[in-house]
Ligand binder design. Structure first.
Ligand code: WTA
Length: 651
């Protein structure tokens, strides 16, 4: 079985290095030994509902206590039934009440170098005020608020303000196109849009408001738009629809008690790619998600009061939701938030920030690590990284070479690395080393967290043996798990709960080795992982065939040193000759339809695509061709062998 990039499996199969936690780390850690971890895991596995229930009573604030830990009516879970809580309360008020209001919640740096610092008291005040602004526009419990913003404190403020009044946020990454925003707004029936005039990216301005204007023409449910003045750009403000953030805030009261919300009140929707063209609105609810984000943050990042935690993810992705906002803030952590690119104004920007803010825990993506390696060690060596004590990765597998570089160059051989496996759907980290307890192996996410029971099965649902690849499933519901796909229970059931009875199907292949360590081997479906971002091949193909000159298109992943996977597409044309101009036009077209992150890296024009006799495009063959490999495996179902021969000639 090959991994998503068809590449790293050979090397990880031979990986046998083991890095036990140093005693000096373990002594101070929350979970100090393998034995302690195992005892906790076993206790949780004996009765997960009780385990999480006891924890929820302790870790969250309850306006009204819950009466039952779990109602499980597969595939629908209700956690902490009958309880009332509020995620914004848990992230803010709880700390004020504990006399911790003066602690710094957010340290922020903009790309141009401007800085801000918000204590928990200050963040609380901003959130209360903005919640009142939303109320003025008629937003209340259950209403969907669409957020399309740069990584500025106001993004977190907007999310928490929604949570405070029971509105449901839908954050859309600020790299998506107007079309993509409109699709998401319509699917969620969003009522308000929050955006900024623009965002800084490598010294240039991304015109966010202009993109939103184009999206709102096609989003009839959105009645109002709130605009943050971030870059001082001249933009159009539509009278009666658009409001400046600062003008609304000037008039708003800072008194807004957190609404007591049902445990299962929806907290947010986050769209992610699946194996069809239409992104799925993953639904997360209040209490279970909040508990899971908080507890996994504390366990995996071994949180200590003096830490400066920096998760480099954008809030447009789930990592930003759980480990920039809800997890760290409910734990009372001090987080660094950075607005811009890692290589602006120079390739050492991240290390400059680590040094300047004395970051102690640093969480990033393997694709970023590969870029740092390429940019050269001199950028790292310029800076004092001695404040770091723990490193993490997320989003895709990390190849052992990159792991070793991270360990040596960034971690100075002293920081444990937590390779965290999880998904938008899981709400928080599912498998990861606990850094004081579990020895790490480069390329493995090691073991499941307490309360998480994975099992690898074959296509008939039977457990496979040690070191056998198979489908990764989870056996018991957990508090952070998605509660459905927005507006589509059937698809939820179908995608996650139908192929293996009684288990959550993650969509990844994995194997478990003789030490009980898990190794993720890539997706089982047509989902690409490009720089740690999920893209569906069908989404890209649909975008391409919506171009008037395209007859048919097939998208596949091709191994790429930096991105993990690059997007390679094969296109047949309608009545036009292939030209370089058309190739560029098609790239731009995908950018416009989905966003820059989906822009194909390679476009090959061809006369025909290889298909099975029943007419299915044989992506496996195209994948080999895109990777420049000999075609391997069974081609007996190929309808027309000359297609394959021609494709090879066209290379
Ligand atoms: C992949 C990101 C290997 C995996 C939090 C998963 C990983 C998908 C890892 C989810 C990891 C994430 N090792 N693969 N540590 N972390 N993945 O929803 O294929 O954007 O299913 O969530 O990324 O991506 P998503």
């Amino acid at each position: 079985m090959a991994d998503q990039a068809g590449r790293q499996i050979d090397t990880v199969m031979q990986e046998s290095r083991l890095f036990p936690p140093r005693p000096s780390f373990s002594d101070k850690a929350r979970i100090k030994s393998l034995a302690e971890y195992e005892a906790l895991w076993n206790e949780a596995a004996t009765d997960p509902a009780k385990f999480w229930g006891d924890m929820a009573r302790e870790e969250l604030h309850w306006f009204e206590p819950f009466t039952k830990s779990l109602n499980w009516n597969e595939p629908f879970a209700e956690w902490f039934v009958g309880g009332k809580t509020n995620a914004s309360y848990n992230c803010l008020d709880a700390h004020l009440e504990a006399g911790q209001g003066d602690r710094v919640a957010l340290l922020w740096e903009g790309e141009p170098g401007d800085t801000r610092r918000l204590t928990y008291t200050e963040l609380h005040r901003e959130v209360c005020k903005f919640a009142n602004c939303l109320k003025t526009l008629g937003i209340g419990e259950g209403d969907v608020v669409s957020i399309y913003m740069p990584m500025v404190p106001e993004l977190a403020i907007a999310m928490l303000a929604c949570a405070r009044i029971g509105a449901v946020h839908s954050v859309i990454f600020a790299g998506f196109s107007a079309e993509a925003i409109a699709d998401r707004n319509n699917d969620a029936q969003a009522k308000v849009q929050i955006t900024a005039d623009g965002a800084w990216r490598r010294g240039n301005i991304l015109p966010l408001k202009e993109t939103v204007d184009a999206a709102l023409v096609k989003s009839p449910s959105v009645k109002h738009c709130i605009v943050l003045d971030r870059v001082n750009e001249a933009i159009e403000m539509k009278v009666g629809r658009d409001y400046w953030w600062h003008e609304l805030m000037d008039a708003a009261s800072d008194d807004c008690p957190a609404a007591p919300l049902d445990s299962e009140a929806p907290l947010y929707i986050l769209y992610t790619s699946g194996s069809t063209g239409k992104p799925k609105g993953i639904k997360h609810t209040t209490a279970g998600y909040n508990l899971f984000a908080k507890k996994t943050f504390q366990w995996v990042f071994d949180h200590r009061a003096e830490d400066i935690f920096w998760c480099t993810a954008d809030c447009g992705w789930v990592t930003g939701h759980s480990y920039v906002v809800y997890g760290p803030l409910s734990a009372g952590a001090t987080c660094l938030m950075y607005e811009g690119a890692p290589n602006f104004p120079a390739e050492d920007r991240f290390w400059e920030l680590v040094e300047k803010y004395r970051v102690s825990v640093f969480y990033t993506a393997p694709t970023a690590i590969r870029a740092f390696i390429k940019w050269g060690d001199e950028h790292v060596e310029k800076h004092d990284l001695s404040s770091l004590r723990l490193l993490g990765t997320v989003g895709e597998g990390i190849n052992p070479e990159a792991w070793m570089w991270y360990h040596n160059k960034i971690g100075g051989e002293r920081c444990p690395i937590v390779d965290t496996w999880w998904q938008t759907e899981t709400g928080g980290i599912m498998m990861s080393p606990l850094p004081g307890a579990i020895p790490t192996k480069p390329g493995s996410c090691t073991k499941p967290l307490p309360g998480i029971i994975p099992e690898i099965v074959d296509e008939s649902g039977k457990p496979v043996g040690k070191n056998q690849g198979g489908w990764l499933t989870i056996s018991h519901p957990w508090p952070g798990m998605l509660r459905g796909i927005w507006g589509d229970n059937e698809r939820y059931q179908e995608v996650y709960w139908s192929k293996v009875p009684g288990k959550y199907l993650a969509g990844d292949n994995a194997r478990c080795d003789e030490d009980g360590y898990y190794w993720i081997m890539g997706r089982i479906d047509d989902v690409l992982n490009v720089s740690g971002h999920r893209l569906s091949t069908i989404e890209i193909e649909s975008a391409l065939v919506s171009h008037p000159n395209v007859a048919e298109a097939a998208a596949v992943g091709r191994p790429d040193d930096l991105k993990g996977e690059a997007v390679a597409v094969f296109v047949t044309l309608k009545n036009v000759e292939p030209t370089e101009e058309l190739r560029n036009a098609l790239k731009q077209h995908v950018r416009k339809e989905i966003g820059a992150l989906a822009q194909p890296d390679d476009i090959r024009f061809t006369n025909a695509l290889p298909k099975t006799r029943s007419g299915k495009i044989m992506r496996r063959l195209l994948k080999d061709i895109a990777a420049g490999k000999e075609t391997v495996g069974d081609t007996t179902t190929l309808e027309d062998y000359t297609v394959l021969a021609n494709l090879r000639e066209e290379e």
